[in-house]
Ligand binder design. Structure first.
Ligand code: HEC
Ligand SMILES: [Cu+2]
Length: 356
């Protein structure tokens, strides 16, 4: 029953957001890093078995609603154009038909009831189909929402050296169902990859669950879809579906700790020291002294496509711009704009370039 209630809430969200695809989506598509052509458009595209049934439901419901509007418009037009009954002998024009008409009510109520019940049944069947995958998930990840970014933990490997944490970029093997456990570190957010599945809220103190599956390799944009504060619109992420071999290679690389020893130059060493002094309170780089947990894990920062939860393409210039202007780029975000001298910036950049 709880599962049902949650699914229903999810479906209802989907339906409502047809009307309010929201300024969030607009802001995201306007961002420089946006994928081409409306990546959040779930009304035209579904990319996996968790979203396709809902897409078809959307279409059928829309068709029925349009049909109902057309039929009513037609009946209204006929009623308006129909000749009025003749004038009464006392001169008052009769508005009330003296007989007949009740059949319209009987048939109208009957047809509406049948259609509404059919829609209910179809909606329930759709809920059932998207509630759980046919095959058991091959991978479980834990996504924790923070103001205003996503922590992604690959924490189900039996071998602890294979577990790792990353941020704002979720890799999944293509064609396989993936269970996503959802937590929140602060307020209520909602995890939503429109073309892969409906949305599910992340609630502090409660672990929700959903599943996603992508039929084709590719990049699928996700977005927080529950208003969560100033930078809610800039709380995006990406799901990257890869074939098994690429996914395995990516996971193996992500699980490795950072090692700058082999490539160490004085500048890298100075940058690492600066990082451990100034950034470690919030950020982790596994293999260094930085073990902060309130911010994205940066161990493999350079492997990601975007930074700041989907706002900027991940280039060295953008990284430095972000670090020194976080509050200008994303006002009120939980990262302060850091003041760096020119030398410090050079050293820090040299160190960040080793986070492959
Ligand atoms: C007070 C905590 C705090 C400190 C100190 C801090 N950061 Fe951050 N940092 C954050 C938070 C929180 C985010 C996520 C912001 C967002 O996307 O809303 C972030 C994001 C980032 C990102 C983008 C990561 C991504 O994948 O999106 C980089 C790069 C970064 N910080 C580097 C640094 C560096 C380098 C320093 C030290 C010079 C530093 N930060 C200091 C909290 C901090
Ligand atoms: Cu949010």
């Amino acid at each position: 029953m709880i599962q049902f209630a949650r699914d229903f809430a999810r479906l209802k969200h989907c339906g409502l957001s047809i009307l309010g695809t929201s300024s969030a989506a607009l802001a995201v598509t306007a961002a420089p890093a946006a994928e081409p052509a409306a990546p959040l458009n779930y009304f035209l595209h579904a990319a996996g078995p968790a979203s396709a049934p809902t897409l078809h439901l959307d279409w059928v419901f829309t068709a029925i609603c349009v049909g109902v509007c057309l039929i009513i418009a037609l009946l209204l037009t006929i009623a308006i154009l129909r000749p009025r009954p003749p004038v009464h002998p006392d001169g008052v024009r009769g508005l009330v038909a003296t007989q007949g008409g009740m059949n319209w009510i009987y048939i109208g109520v009957g047809v509406s009831t049948v259609v509404l019940i059919a829609m209910l049944v179809y909606a329930l069947i759709t809920l059932e189909r998207v509630a759980a995958p046919n095959d058991p998930p091959t991978l479980t990840i834990t996504v924790t929402a923070y103001d205003w970014w996503w922590k992604v933990a690959y924490d189900d490997a039996a071998d602890s050296s294979q577990r790792f944490v990353t941020a704002n970029e979720i890799h999944i093997p293509v064609g396989e169902p993936v269970r996503v456990k959802l937590d929140s570190a602060d307020v209520i957010h909602a995890f939503w990859v429109p073309t892969l599945a409906g949305k599910t809220q992340t609630i502090p103190g409660q672990t929700n669950e959903q599943w996603i599956q992508a039929d084709q390799p590719g990049v699928y944009r996700g977005q927080c879809s529950q208003f969560c504060g100033a930078q809610h619109a800039h709380m995006a992420f990406e799901v990257i579906a890869q074939n098994r071999a690429d996914f395995a290679a990516w996971s193996a690389q992500q699980a490795k700790p950072h090692s700058s020893i082999s490539i160490a130059s004085p500048s890298v060493a100075a940058g690492q020291k600066l990082f451990e002094e100034r950034c470690a309170g919030c950020h982790t780089v596994r293999g260094s002294l930085a073990e902060g947990v309130q911010a994205p894990d940066l161990t493999h920062l350079d492997s990601r496509r975007l930074i700041a939860a989907g706002m900027l393409p991940n280039t060295a210039a953008n990284q430095l711009d972000w670090i020194t202007h976080a509050q200008q780029i994303k006002p009120e975000s939980m990262m302060p704009s850091m003041v760096l001298s020119r030398d410090e910036a050079t050293d820090l950049s040299a160190f960040l370039a080793t986070l492959q």
